[in-house]
Write a protein that binds this ligand. Structure first.
Ligand code: ADP
Ligand code: ADP
Length: 227
């Protein structure tokens, strides 16, 4: 599914990634933990083509995504990758449903099909009665679940999440992480999640620990990924 090899990244000659290899299979939930400054966000951004590596390649399926540029890259990203960040970044003037639909409209899918899938996703995320609400009318946990639905609207090959629970209280954080597990089971959805929360990181198929620009260890979960 996703393969990266030999990834390096320098910021003005300062090495931040020092040779990262990673293989993610379909349906996996891979979590990445490590102290602040270890290079987790940089790695996730490079995997998601939001940033370019200094060296190495990232492949999604049989496409070398490090070689894509311009409109081709933007289109490939919108069709194949979903993103979730610490803050939901929903557009305030649109309803929850409209926010979820936007990447589908950009892709050029049929409006009715986009809307139908958006409603389905919002329903399985427990937001059936929140579809017409504006972001300001939603709780933090609800808004973040809308962002999850938006990330999933184009049926992406992979969802990349950077501290998705970082702005939530522990109950909402756990619920969101349980949703990721449920989505990986229901939709065979693949996730790579950067998190500070070690309890949540263990609820995964694999946990990678980053230190000083490298993946220093990999462990299978102590808690089985079920809810
Ligand atoms: P983490 O997500 O593990 O906290 P980051 O990937 O955000 O780590 O950052 C790794 C290192 O790279 C840090 O020392 C950070 O200051 C540096 N860094 C990140 N982005 C940039 C940038 N755009 N320019 C210069 N240095 C950066
Ligand atoms: P956080 O620690 O809140 O997750 P990040 O470390 O991911 O924040 O950085 C947030 C943004 O700032 C990113 O776009 C990153 O590239 C940029 N950044 C981080 N560190 C530096 C730095 N030392 N110099 C310039 N930009 C940086």
């Amino acid at each position: 599914m996703l393969t990266a090899h030999g990834l390096t990244k320098n910021y003005s000659n300062l090495p931040v990634l020092k040779g990262v290899d990673i293989i993610v299979s379909k349906g996996e939930i891979v979590t990445i933990v490590g102290s602040s400054g270890a290079g987790k966000s940089t790695l996730l951004h490079i995997l998601g083509t939001l940033d370019r590596p200094t060296g190495g390649e990232v492949w999604l399926g049989d496409v070398n995504i490090t070689a894509l540029k311009g409109n081709k890259l933007a289109d490939f990203r919108n069709r194949n990758m979903g993103f979730i960040f610490q803050f939901h970044h929903l557009l305030p003037e649109f309803s929850a449903l409209e926010n979820v639909c936007i990447p589908g409209y950009i892709k050029g899918s049929k409006k009715e099909e986009v809307k139908e899938r958006a409603m389905y996703l919002l329903e399985i995320l427990g937001l059936k009665d929140r579809m017409d609400h504006r972001p300001s009318q939603l709780s933090g946990g609800e808004a973040q679940r809308v962002a999850v639905a938006r990330a999933l609207i184009n049926n992406p090959k992979i969802v990349l999440a950077d501290e998705p629970t970082g702005n939530l209280d522990s109950k909402n954080a756990r619920e969101l992480h349980e949703l990721f597990i449920s989505l990986s089971q229901k939709l065979d959805q693949t996730f790579v999640i950067v998190t500070h929360n070690e309890d949540l990181a263990r609820m995964s198929t694999r946990q990678l620990i980053m230190k000083d620009g490298r993946i220093v260890s990999e462990s299978s979960p102590t808690t089985p990924p079920s809810i």
